[in-house]
Design a protein around this ligand. Structure first.
Ligand code: SF4
Ligand code: SF4
Length: 379
């Protein structure tokens, strides 16, 4: 059931309830037999952005990890868990997020993604030389386990965006630099990574998601849903439907549509969309307007018509993680504190994504405030 997406209600992270909901969500799209065969090495790819407790909704919840390990094992698969967090090791993030405890109890190894290799056969349309971790190619099956969260740069991080974690740590900064200020190019890269990895199964943890200033400092929001699909792109489109926003507002969707992928033929099974729509959800603010202006005008108006990261000195604990992660190294420490060279800042918002204190907010330029007023989801 390639283009199908299941929607299952689940209001709690109680392990038994989650297991039941996971089984139902997978059964509705063909059952685990369609995805995992006896003896398969199954790589589980959660969202391990940052090591915060599960209640903060930054990482995929340990109950989901436990349930998926159990289901894979019951079918004779051999689960392994891996990711490349924004900063630090997968092991450390798993410890702080409660995932290591579950993985240890279930005897499931955690692998660090630190072996970059070029895909044996590049399926990317534009970006053909993206190095992915070798663990991805050693696995027979990939199960993608994203968390439903907002994202300052990409609006939302869901099934397709979660696969960016298969690019080993420091290489991620290079790809941010390569994409530069054009978020659509970054989306193209994400779509190319999706082509290369092609997970067999994606299960979205939307039991408690994150709204507002995601993906690290937003607010947990109880959504009560699990979504599963053989295709993360279809799943992302159904999330847009659930949130009542145009599917194209997610740049990865828009890029895929322009390539003739996606759009039609998604079959929703389980709950009916109209019964489980999310009526209240806070998106991150509008971050830029393009209007297809010539480059020199865009440059001149950059600060006015784009959003920028702003550091609240009173909240900052000077941990320097933002300095470390900033791809073009335009965020520096001086005698007064931290300073950003906005002329060179590529608006990737990696600094906001990684700040453990929520000290970096996204502020709209005056031009955006003038024309935007409130967030506009398709530019
Ligand atoms: S990551 Fe946040 S807390 Fe750490 S130095 Fe940067 S702004 Fe300050
Ligand atoms: S300052 Fe922040 S938004 Fe600007 S380039 Fe550095 S990490 Fe990206």
């Amino acid at each position: 059931m390639e283009g199908s997406v299941s929607i299952v209600k689940c209001q709690t992270y109680d392990e038994k309830e989650v297991l039941k909901a996971l089984r139902r969500s997978i059964d509705l799209i063909g059952g685990i037999n369609s995805f995992v065969k006896r003896g398969d090495r199954v790589l589980l790819k959660p969202n391990l952005l940052y090591g915060k407790s599960p209640e903060k909704a930054v990482t995929t919840h340990p109950s989901i990890i436990r349930g998926v390990i159990q289901i894979v094992r019951e079918n004779g698969g051999i689960p392994i868990l891996g990711d490349s967090p924004g900063l630090g090791s997968a092991l450390r993030v798993s410890e702080n997020s409660g995932i290591k405890r579950v993985a240890d109890a279930m005897d499931c190894p955690i692998v660090e993604f630190n072996r970059p290799v070029l895909p044996p056969e590049s399926k990317g349309r534009i970006f053909k030389n993206i190095e992915i971790d070798q663990a991805v190619f050693e696995a027979d099956v990939i199960i993608n386990l994203p968390k439903w969260k907002t994202h300052a740069q990409m609006l939302l991080t869901l099934g397709v965006k979660n696969l960016f974690g298969c690019v080993p740590g420091p290489r991620k900064a290079l790809w941010h630099l390569k994409a530069g200020e054009d978020h659509k190019i970054f989306a193209q890269m994400l779509v190319d990574i999706y082509h290369m990895i092609q997970p067999a199964l994606t299960i979205l943890d939307g039991i408690v998601g994150m709204e507002g200033s995601g993906p690290n400092s937003g607010h947990p929001i109880s959504l009560g849903l699990l979504l599963a699909s053989p295709d993360p792109l279809s799943l992302d489109q159904i999330v847009c439907d659930l949130l009542g926003i145009p599917r194209e507002s997610l740049l990865t969707n828009r890029v895929a549509f322009e390539q003739g992928l996606g759009m039609d033929g998604i079959i929703v099974v389980g709950e009916r969309l109209e019964d489980v729509r999310i009526r209240q959800f806070k998106f991150p603010g509008l971050w830029r307007i393009d209007w297809n202006l010539p480059g020199f005008i865009k440059k001149a108006l950059k600060n006015a018509f784009s959003s920028k990261p702003v550091i609240a000195e009173e909240v900052c604990k000077l941990c320097r993680q933002c300095i470390e992660i900033c791809p073009p190294k335009v965020l520096k420490e001086n005698e007064k504190g931290l300073e950003i060279d906005y002329g060179q800042c590529i608006r990737c918002f990696c600094c906001q994504e990684i700040c453990p204190e929520g000290a970096i907010t996204i502020q709209q330029g005056w031009g955006l405030k003038l024309v935007g007023g409130r967030q506009k989801l398709v530019d």
